[in-house]
Design a protein around this ligand. Structure first.
Ligand code: ADP
Ligand code: ADP
Ligand code: ZN
Length: 215
């Protein structure tokens, strides 16, 4: 299964990707997580990316395209992968197509999650993230069993610095100007399935599994 999850920040891509990863035994490739790890480790990539991430803008195409091209060569991507947060621009989508073609691979499906702006803001301001495994929680919609502790790995939960209202608004603007063109891009290639992301987490998951099983 070679899949892209498309949708604005807070739509539920990461939440659904983590579940699909277990279900299909294929890796989640989250460019946001890869970049956050680089920032935490203070690598050259991290230092470069941090400025863009802090402001809510996009990290330049050539950087993320390179990251994903390398990641797709890893042996665990052999049977498929879930791209979460990539591509985010038409240039990234074109580069992905070229990379996959070079590997004799094609995408199976692009799932786009639709969520109202005010719901996105509420989801992102209430999001908590595990510092060890990256799993997301929500203070109201998906709380951990024990306060501030990850159910999956026992890691400490934290609030991402870019999950503050001002940066959230900027990220939503960037999404609508730079990323929404991809909806038509993948609709035209016949790969797009749109799912109502306003439903509860379990209902979105059920719909995703049923559309993917029909693949
Ligand atoms: P994305 O990866 O698209 O930015 P996340 O999966 O991190 O989004 O979800 C953003 C926040 O919203 C998280 O706190 C998550 O727990 C919560 N969330 C995800 N899906 C839903 C849903 N269907 N209903 C309510 N809250 C959700
Ligand atoms: P969210 O789904 O909540 O928007 P992500 O974790 O996917 O957050 O991304 C966090 C930040 O990392 C983005 O705001 C952006 O600065 C950077 N980023 C992640 N993926 C990409 C990408 N494909 N292209 C450019 N920048 C990216
Ligand atoms: Zn964890």
């Amino acid at each position: 299964m070679k899949l892209i999850l498309l949708g604005p920040p807070g739509a539920g891509k990461g939440t659904q990707a983590k579940m699909l990863t277990d279900y299909f035994s294929i890796p989640q490739i989250s460019t946001g997580e890869i970049l956050r790890t680089a920032v935490k480790e203070g690598t050259e990539l991290g230092v470069k990316a941090k400025v863009y991430m802090d402001s809510g803008g996009l990290v330049p195409d050539e950087i993320v395209i390179g990251i994903v091209a390398e990641r797709l060569q890893e042996p665990d991507c052999q049977n498929g992968f879930i791209l979460d947060g990539f591509p985010r621009t038409v240039a990234q989508a074109d580069a992905l197509q070229t990379n996959l073609a070079e590997m004799d691979k094609t995408l199976d499906r692009v799932i786009s999650l639709d969520v109202d702006e005010e719901a996105l803001v509420e989801r992102l301001t209430g999001r908590r993230t595990c510092k060890d495994c990256g799993r997301g929680y929500h203070v109201k919609y998906d709380p951990p069993a024990a306060d501030e502790v990850c159910d999956a790995c026992g890691g400490q939960l934290f609030q991402r610095e870019d999950d503050c209202e001002q940066t959230i608004r900027k990220r939503l603007e960037v999404y609508s100007s730079q990323t929404t063109p991809l909806i038509n891009y993948y609709r035209q290639s016949g790969l797009l399935t749109e799912i109502d992301g306003m439903q509860p987490i379990a209902a979105v998951q059920a719909q995703m599994l049923s559309t993917l099983q029909a693949n």
